[in-house]
Design a protein around this ligand. Structure first.
Ligand SMILES: Nc1ncnc2c1ncn2[C@@H]1O[C@H](COP(=O)(O)OP(=O)(O)OP(=O)(O)O)[C@@H](O)[C@H]1O
Ligand SMILES: [Mg+2]
Length: 540
């Protein structure tokens, strides 16, 4: 049979042609649909060829990363600033596994840059497309932008950590407050006994030993109060560059010859309103930590510059308000810390140093001080490479020149003959508070609370100084008592004492900021100087 010439065969040839063109139509259609889907996919679709050069970059990829497909076609991702430097190695490894056929698909995480230099956290869903002969055709990647989720997780972690520190702080503050009162009683009584023991050398020596132990205890309490943000601060306008220069001079020798100190201080630094003495202590603490992390020597770098925290950054980070800061970065080239240490450095008594070498209160104090001062602190560390601690110090809000750090007067205890009204609810403390001024010539009247103090002031007109605790049980606190006393007896001098000033002290009006505070536990000479200064201050 001659099949070729039959009409049926002609129809057959015709139908083959029709089928082929129908198939071509279908294929074109499928292609178009696919292109449509790829371009309209809300998820960026990226295709790489077998050399990992860009073959397709969907519209959504253009929107997310900023580059247009034409700019990138045929380029390898290492040819343009796309993969975050710190992730380059892991991205390379993922690529190699896909290209070598070791993995037909993978899910990976890294950071990418956008064309305008922002950093995005991305999740990559990659699959290998094979040719019919089994060779690699291309790699298809779907990219999810998970930046918001990662940042929210980070913010949650930071928040959880700062809440934990808050809770420890509250507990610590309570204990420190009570111990402070006990120590004031112990120290005061020991000092009174020392005077009576004059002439008994052996007894005086024992009393001195006891007093020294109590003083060490009070030093510990001061550090705990610093951590729990209950320390009495004397913020003043500070030129941070000058302070860093002076501090470095002081501690350069402590660091030893194997550590070189480099400072980079911007010229146009904003003025900061902060307690200069405590800032020096913080810097010293950081320098000592850096020294301990570089037993074989290294570099301690201190950089200070202005820094603005924008609203967006503040919103994302949760615990740092937007605003102008002077940023102090203290970096070392030491051994760094593993994450398990980094996560706990601010906890009081957390130390990795051998017994007797560290109390674990250094960074706790710095943390509490910076937070109490309205600032912010961050730790960056890389094991084996070093550590950077960033202190954000809030810019002073009103204009004026910076003062040099105040010098402590070391003169002998001054005397006086005025009348002092001591208000203290704790009987033991009241006894001490009354005895001390008497030693220096003053007449002392005591009251257990604000109500009694006001009753005394209403009947006597010879009281020159009101010496009161800030925090008191009952209706009135020290501030309110001082205000009422001032109304009853205009011109009366006021001296506060406290072991537990709370935030109240720092937020007050200018008048209250000027009122001196004597921190418990105090020594006789400190009280004498504070009483004299308060009385003189009133006369000026
Ligand atoms: N620059 C640093 N490099 C490496 N590790 C550090 C650094 N600073 C702090 N650390 C780690 O954090 C821990 C806590 O530091 P922190 O200053 O609070 O206490 P400390 O130095 O151990 O004791 P203290 O300061 O009371 O003498 C240290 O024991 C150390 O493990
Ligand atoms: Mg330390």
């Amino acid at each position: 049979m001659d099949t070729d010439s039959s009409p049926a065969n002609e129809r057959g040839a015709e139908s083959t042609g029709t089928r082929a063109s129908a198939a071509a139509d279908l294929l074109r259609d499928a292609h178009q649909r696919l292109a449509f889907h790829v371009n309209n996919s809300p998820i960026p679709v990226i295709e790489w060829n077998s050399e990992f050069r860009l073959a397709r970059w969907s519209r959504r990829a253009e929107e997310l990363f900023g580059w247009r497909q034409e700019e990138l076609l045929g380029r390898h991702p290492s040819d343009w600033k796309f993969v975050h430097e710190e992730d380059a190695e892991s991205v390379n490894a993922v690529m190699q596994r896909l290209l070598s056929g070791a993995e037909p698909r993978s899910v990976s995480r890294n950071r990418n840059y956008t064309k305008d230099g922002r950093v995005l956290h991305t999740e990559w869903y990659n699959s290998v497309l094979l040719r019919r002969d089994g060779g690699l055709d291309s790699i298809l990647s779907l990219v999810l932008d998970v930046t918001a989720r990662v940042e929210a997780d980070d913010a949650r972690k930071i928040l959880a950590q700062s809440q934990k520190l808050d809770a420890i702080g509250q507990l610590t503050a309570g204990i420190a407050h009570d111990f402070n009162n006990l120590l004031t009683v112990i120290l005061g009584n020991l000092q009174l006994l020392e005077r009576q023991a004059a002439g008994h050398a052996a007894m005086a020596k024992r009393l001195r030993t006891a007093a020294n132990a109590a003083l060490r205890g009070s030093d510990l309490i001061k550090r705990l109060l610093a951590f729990s943000r209950r320390q009495v601060l004397s913020p003043a306008r500070v030129d941070v560059a000058a302070l860093v220069r002076e501090s470095v001079e002081l501690f350069r020798r402590t660091l030893g010859e194997d550590i070189s100190v480099r400072t980079t201080l911007a010229d146009d630094l904003w003025v900061v309103e902060i307690d200069a003495h405590e800032l020096e202590t913080a810097l010293l603490n950081l320098a000592i930590n850096a020294r301990d992390a570089m037993p074989g020597g290294g570099v301690l770098a201190i950089e200070v510059r202005n820094h603005v925290i924008g609203q967006e950054y503040a919103d994302r980070h949760g615990d740092v308000p937007a605003g102008d800061y002077v940023l102090m970065i203290v970096s070392d080239t030491g051994h760094g810390m593993p994450e398990s240490v980094r996560a706990r450095v601010f906890e009081p008594f957390f130390t990795t140093k051998p017994d007797g070498r560290g109390t674990g209160l250094g960074l706790s104090m710095v943390y509490g001080f910076i937070k109490q001062s309205g600032g912010h602190i961050e730790v960056y560390t890389e094991e084996g490479h070093g550590t950077s601690i960033k202190l954000y110090l809030p810019r002073a809000t009103h204009a004026g020149a910076a003062h040099p750090p105040p010098q402590a007067a070391a003169s002998a205890a001054p005397r006086g003959s005025e009348t002092v009204l001591v208000v203290e609810d704790n009987a033991d403390l009241r006894d001490i508070a009354a005895r001390f001024p008497e030693q220096f010539g003053y007449t002392v009247v005591t009251a257990v609370d604000a109500a009694e103090a006001l009753a005394i002031l209403a009947t006597r007109d010879d009281v020159d100084l009101l010496f009161t605790d800030i925090v008191m049980p009952g209706e009135m606190n020290g501030d309110e008592l001082a205000a009422k006393a001032g109304a009853l007896r205009p011109g009366i001098a006021v001296l506060y004492t406290s072991g537990h000033p709370k935030g109240a002290l720092r937020t007050g009006d200018a008048a209250r900021c000027d009122t001196p505070v004597l921190l418990k536990p105090y020594r006789a000479a400190e009280l004498a100087r504070a009483v004299r200064a308060a009385l003189e201050g009133e006369r000026r």
